[in-house]
Design a protein around this ligand. Structure first.
Ligand code: NAD
Ligand code: UGA
Length: 469
């Protein structure tokens, strides 16, 4: 009988996932641990506005579970000792140096988690890969766990482990709904008892037909493939935005017509400034690396193209802005609306806004930023990214506002980069009286109602549209 579960990593996945486990399984004790003490303090903060991540609905569930059967702690050793199941939910970014730099996953946090489990686990422990991992990582974890036991001095105290893969498919901004009503729960492994133990936990709220089991390697590969397919759809529709702009097509109409084919489906066909988020790029890079490693260059190039198209989309948007503003951005004030990689999250990892803003700053533009959830510090960290030269040259041209109308005063252009709902309610007639003319609105998220703009003197460029050009 599973009573105690521990999750290593209190991040975007570990936090919400374990909150839902605690909520849906009141008989369980759930402890989320992290090496980052500051983060754990924020998870334990009395003021629920201070949680380390913003996710709609999360604070409410934390309020009813925290310190009842959900605990956030830095005492990793104790939580592992007590646990029947340990989830590994640590970060798996791309390696920045050495073999596979720029493509392969950096597994140092996964390896260190496995070593900590090997050292402190007691009895039989089910170790679950929650992080997105390269195929066959379970083998690495197994070797670390098994070897550590062989080295133990007291042979009578040897512990046992079984390893499962249970990748997470939640998307940020909709994490709670994704966790509470998942399309599927995937469990990879070979040990039936452990698979059933994990399955039983999910059965507390997930219908049995939605829980599928596969081999470890299929499970690990399915997660990479799912993200690659999702990203591919975005690059596909984004590639057509460029075609619409030159041919007079309208991307919304094309997207609708294509998506109504039930074999294609209408989801994930929204054009945008390029996909961001911590995972799509890294997971595809990982797949590309895997293919190269196994000498499948044609497959590697195929998936690499999804990333190249994404980079190109950001670049062509920035170039379009420069072109429309007479090829010169110096002494021009541009308001950037939205910095998060998508709405309803404060996460900015790989946000298209980062690259587009940097390119505009390089052109000499003065940027004013407004995002309802992203902090000033986060935006500055993303723009400077420990680059002191950039910091010196950019800082005088960066400012912030928490009022769209104030920020619009004297602006030459407004660029909408994140689809926050509040941007849909902007009074464009009012904005047009505040900006310096000729004034431009660049809408990369199809937020603005064309009719509202037509009534004003504003110039308007909408991604994937030619008719208002
Ligand atoms: P994150 O960076 O938000 O959180 C990871 C946490 O792990 C950090 O707080 C870090 O301090 C902690 N950590 C690292 N090593 C540790 C150790 N040895 N002991 C204790 N804590 C440690 O990352 P995330 O966004 O939650 O992603 C985690 C994994 O889940 C990644 O593999 C990612 O690809 C995958 N994933 C992410 C999402 C998402 O929406 N962010 C969705 C599905 C899957
Ligand atoms: C994505 C997947 O959707 C999750 O299933 C997966 O678990 C997760 O990655 C992960 O492995 O990390 P996430 O990155 O949080 O989730 O958010 P998405 O909704 O997928 O959006 C990713 C990016 O694509 C955003 O920048 C978004 O604006 C963009 N996007 C999405 C579009 O441009 N058009 C669309 O139609 C959909």
């Amino acid at each position: 009988m599973i009573k105690n579960i521990c999750c290593i990593g209190a991040g975007f996945v570990g936090g919400p996932t374990m909150t839902v486990f605690a909520d849906r399984c009141p008989h369980l004790n759930v402890t989320v641990v992290d090496i980052n003490e500051k983060k754990i303090n924020l998870w334990n903060s009395n003021n629920l506005d201070n949680l380390p991540i913003f996710e709609p609905g999360l604070a409410e569930i934390i309020r009813r579970t925290r310190n009842i059967n959900l605990f956030f702690s830095t005492n990793i050793e104790e939580a592992i000792k007590q646990a029947d199941i340990v989830f590994i939910s640590v970060n798996t970014p791309i390696k920045t140096s050495g073999i596979g730099a720029g493509e392969a996953s950096d597994l140092k946090w996964v390896e260190s988690s496995a070593r900590t489990i090997a050292e402190f686990a007691e009895g039989h422990t089910i170790v679950v890969e929650k992080s997105t991992l390269p195929v066959r990582t379970a083998q690495v974890i197994k070797e670390i766990l098994d070897n550590n036991q062989i080295n133990k001095k007291n042979i009578n105290k040897v512990n046992t482990f079984s390893i499962l893969s249970n990748p997470e498919f939640l998307a940020e901004g909709t994490a709670l709904n994704d966790l509470e009503n998942p399309d599927r729960v995937l469990i990879g492994g070979s040990d039936e008892l452990s698979i059933n133990a994990l399955k039983d936990l999910y059965l507390n709220w997930v219908p049995i037909e939605k829980i599928i089991t596969t081999s470890l390697w299929s499970s690990e590969l399915s997660k990479l493939t799912a993200n690659a397919f999702l990203a591919q759809r975005i690059s596909s529709i984004n590639s057509i935005t460029a075609v619409c702009e030159v041919t007079g097509g309208n991307i919304k109409q094309v997207s609708k017509a294509v998506g109504l084919d039930s074999r294609i489906g209408d989801k994930f066909l929204n054009p945008g400034p390029g996909f961001g988020g911590s995972c799509f790029k890294k997971d595809i890079l990982n797949l590309v690396y895997l293919c190269k490693y196994f000498n499948l260059p044609v497959v590697a190039n195929y998936w690499d193209q999804v990333i190249k198209l994404n980079e190109w989309q950001k670049e062509r948007i920035y170039k379009k802005i420069v072109e429309k503003l007479f090829g010169n951005l110096s002494e021009k004030r541009i308001l950037i609306l939205g910095f998060a990689f998508k709405a309803n999250t404060n996460d900015t990892r790989e946000s298209a806004a980062i690259q587009i803003s940097k390119d505009l700053l390089n052109e000499g533009a003065s940027l004013v930023f407004y995002d309802p959830k992203v902090t000033k510090k986060q935006i500055l960290d993303d723009l400077y990214q420990i680059d002191e030269i950039k910091k010196n040259s950019f800082s005088k041209n960066i400012s912030f506002s928490n009022d769209v109308y104030n920020a619009a005063k004297g602006s030459d252009a407004i660029i909408i980069l994140t689809e926050w709902a509040e941007f849909k309610r902007i009074d464009w007639a009012m904005i047009s009286t505040l900006m310096r003319s000729p004034s431009w609105i660049f809408d990369t998220r199809d937020i603005v109602n064309d009719n509202d703009i037509k009534k004003t003197s504003l110039n308007y460029w909408k991604l994937g549209n030619a008719q208002l050009d």
